[in-house]
Design a protein around this ligand. Sequence first.
Ligand SMILES: Cc1cc2nc3c(=O)[nH]c(=O)nc-3n(C[C@H](O)[C@H](O)[C@H](O)COP(=O)(O)O)c2cc1C
Length: 193
Amino acid sequence: MNQLTFELRSGKYYYHYPFPVAIIGVKVDEKVNFMSVAWHTQLSFDPPLYGILISPKRYTNELIKQTDAFSVNFLKFEDYKIAGFVGRTSGKDLDKVKTFELKYFDGKVLPVPVLENAIACYECKIVDQKTYGDHILYVGEIVGIHYDKTYYDNGLSKSLLLYHGNDRYTYALNKSIKFGKEEVYNELSNKKV
Ligand SMILES: Cc1cc2nc3c(=O)[nH]c(=O)nc-3n(C[C@H](O)[C@H](O)[C@H](O)COP(=O)(O)O)c2cc1C
């Protein structure tokens, strides 16, 4: 018998966390807002599509409806406070850029704000959207990527900020194991099936 506990459906569940934190940036005229998301995913390499899940309750959702673009900013672990600041306050109540002294610059291609603290940022043009339950999936085509070479080793990040759920933050420990096709086939050749 296995040791797994089973629940028939469940309310809020976090068993599949951690997730990288993404800070979504939106700009409408001179209004700029950032919010944290844990729910986001790459959807396709070609074309390069990226999905973000935004609750209709968010101020970001009001803004995003007035534009056709967003930025997806990734942070280093040391900047976890930015994720808390923009993820636990709403642009409905305060100007986050001013209050938290966030520095950004305009995207190279799209009118989106790129956080200066980001170690990587995708400029995305919205190509589709669909409501799933209590969130809206916005699909963006990545038209350009900014990244800080010092935080990436052969394209792999060293200290990307991860969200554990329940307001806890972490990062991947400096332990990585290569287990690719070569290693899989090596193991297979030693197996007698
Ligand atoms: C780490 C973290 C992850 C979050 N992930 C999401 C998410 O994936 N989708 C979402 O709609 N809200 C998410 N939130 C909540 C929003 O960031 C939060 O409600 C924020 O205040 C919205 O800001 P806005 O009203 O200015 O848009 C998250 C919050 C935190 C702290």
